[in-house]
Write a protein that binds this ligand. Structure first.
Ligand SMILES: Cc1ncc(COP(=O)(O)O)c(C=O)c1O
Length: 358
């Protein structure tokens, strides 16, 4: 039973079927094909407005290229201190921003607040020796599995507007956040002031398909060339576009995300009922972060349940991981089966009962 991430499974069947349909015959390369044209129009429908769309193959590429288009080489881009862009992309954003820096700010649940960002900006020295702030990036879902509410996004966007900053959203788990909020893609992004989005689809069913979606047209200028320089103008681009066609068709992406979120809730509810177990953060999307007693952690591992240890750096102030306890992360995907969740819970319940009896 593998809960290491939502990218440890393959692609979902409708995505693979769409790929097979797109496989036959010859079509223009490098995105000049009809499927790519269709998917760009589909993004405009999904977001209820004209958008510039650049298809790429990884979330790291989407983030690094999106940020490079909004931050000049001398600029500063704020993010949470545990954000994927600063912690897990091997410096790709800074590499593609050609010298610009990421500034990691603290915040409970890996979330930034408008108050914290404002205070940070007010405290920055405004001298030629200091890099000027140019952008803010947030992860939706956050690295602690939380979902920014629409008001929180709007408040961060207001701070960006007041300081002349661009606003980027890393939507690696975009659909999981969307179904939690029950809003439209437009409401979660440009209607709340997001300028540019890394639209993730790989974790939620695609084989390898992500998109940079640009709402502010001036930011799209030259992004096609940036993508090409990064090796992200795919010669068989139709096969990236086809994955997204399968992903969007019949609301498949919503179904996948709803399934993963529902099972994550089931897992979180079940684990948190066990003696000595509590959740580091509430389950708001498809990730569960229990704090486990040492013996339970050991028992789960012995039974072959796979998950990652996690950092306690943005736990709430009144929470801490005690001696011998472990904060860990379970990620549930579109392909996780309900029986897998029930099995893990059975293992955990029996281990807890055994330990209570000893
Ligand atoms: C928050 C976040 N952003 C972006 C990514 C995308 O990374 P990758 O380059 O592995 O597709 C991930 C994947 O783990 C992620 O969790």
């Amino acid at each position: 039973m593998n809960f290491l991430s939502d990218n440890i499974v393959g692609a979902s069947v409708p995505v693979l079927e769409a790929l097979m349909r797109a496989n036959d015959g010859a079509m223009p390369a490098y995105g000049g094909d009809d499927i790519t044209r269709r998917i760009k129009a589909r993004f405009a429908e999904v977001f209820e407005r004209e958008v510039a769309v650049f298809l790429v193959t990884t979330g790291t590429a989407a983030n690094a290229l999106a940020l490079s288009s909004i931050v000049p080489p001398y600029g500063l881009c704020m993010c949470h201190k545990e954000a994927h862009v600063i912690d897990d992309e091997c410096g790709a954003p800074e590499f593609f921003m050609h010298g610009a820096k990421l500034a990691g700010l603290p915040g409970v649940g890996s979330k930034l607040t408008a108050t914290a960002v404002s205070a940070y900006l007010e405290g920055l020295p405004k001298a030629i020796k200091q890099m000027p702030p140019k952008a803010l990036t947030i992860s939706q879902v956050t690295e602690s599995g939380l979902v920014y509410g629409l008001d929180e996004i709007a408040a961060l966007s207001a701070v960006c507007k007041a300081h002349g900053l661009s606003f980027h959203m890393d939507g690696a788990r975009f659909a999981n956040a969307l179904v939690t909020l029950g809003c439209t893609p437009a409401e979660m992004t440009w209607k709340r002031g997001v300028d540019i989005l890394s639209f993730g689809a790989t974790k939620n069913g695609c084989l390898m398909a992500e998109a940079i979606v640009v709402f502010n047209p001036t930011l799209a200028e030259g992004l096609d060339y940036r993508c090409k320089r990064a090796g992200q103008v795919i010669s068989k681009g139709r096969l990236i576009a086809a994955q997204l066609e399968g992903y969007f068709a019949n609301d498949h992406w919503y179904d996948n995300a709803r399934h993963a979120n529902r099972l994550a809730k089931l897992l979180g509810d079940g684990l948190s009922q066990l003696p000595g177990v509590r959740l580091g953060w509430p389950v708001e999307a498809n990730e569960v972060f229990p704090i486990l007693p040492a013996a339970l952690n050991r028992a789960l591992k012995e039974q072959g349940v796979l998950y990652h240890p996690w950092t306690d750096g943005s736990l709430p102030a009144n929470e801490r991981v005690g001696e011998g306890e472990a904060l860990v992360r379970f990620v549930v995907s579109f392909a996780t089966r309900e029986e897998d969740i029930r099995r893990v819970l059975d293992i955990a319940r029996s281990a807890s009962a055994r330990q209570a009896a000893e």
